[in-house]
Design a protein around this ligand. Sequence first.
Ligand SMILES: NC(=O)c1ccc[n+]([C@@H]2O[C@H](COP(=O)([O-])OP(=O)(O)OC[C@H]3O[C@@H](n4cnc5c(N)ncnc54)[C@H](O)[C@@H]3O)[C@@H](O)[C@H]2O)c1
Length: 251
Amino acid sequence: MKLASKVALITGAGSGMGRAGALLFAVEGAKVAVADIDQRAAELTARDIEAAGGKAIALGADVSKKEDAQAMVATTIAKLGVPDIVYNNAGIEGESAFLAQMSEEAFDRVIAVNLRGVWLGMKYALPHMAAKGRGSIINTASIAGMVAMRGAAAYCAAKAGVIALTRVAALEYGRYNIRVNCICPGTIDTPMMRRVHGGKVPPQALGPSVAVLGRAAEPEEIAKMALFLASDDASFATGAPFVVDGGWTAV
Ligand SMILES: NC(=O)c1ccc[n+]([C@@H]2O[C@H](COP(=O)([O-])OP(=O)(O)OC[C@H]3O[C@@H](n4cnc5c(N)ncnc54)[C@H](O)[C@@H]3O)[C@@H](O)[C@H]2O)c1
């Protein structure tokens, strides 16, 4: 098992890629703190982990709120121990509108969840991980942080910000034996993607990757990259965006 005796805190783990990551990390031996703004969804993921013989706790937390981020880390430490792995994955798609039409509230909310939430997750976990002297942080960015997408100005800016935060965190905490990386997924068939497209993921959601692998990924295909980054297999990987996009940014 690649994560035997490790403690992992995963946000947005009630659905999609976070849930897939939580299930896979547990199979690989990690004790998992399943955090989500949707407490019920977090409980279902934790229940499924325990039903499969793993160890998990469910935490209701809005990652954009300081108090919730602090409590999420504190409860993980109290119930499972200091996390070896923090996977800051929670995110929202926000409203789709051209830049000038986007409301200030919508802009602020996307930045608060997708960027500030990642920073808060690192801010409150890093001192404990540094004291422990090891750890792996994985942040969920997106290819939207690397290429432009119409109607997604705040989302693209937040995800580019996650890539930048990842680099700075890696630079600052490498001396404590903490690796910090981010994943840049392309089109993944999750409840978020289905919400955006009102059902089944259409070919136009694949962007340029339609000409390469020509399909959306399953959340489990991203979970495998997260597992690699969480594990000692990635012992020399830090400060980097890991692109898993079916070829979107290659063409
Ligand atoms: N689906 C894609 O194609 C795609 C591509 C690139 C990046 N991403 C990113 O991947 C991450 C996961 O997305 P997904 O597609 O699995 O979405 P999803 O909607 O299926 O799951 C996201 C989870 O995050 C939770 N969440 C939302 N706001 C939260 C908050 N403030 N605090 C805590 N939890 C919160 C939701 O309740 C949900 O359970 C997001 O950061 C998203 O931006 C998705």
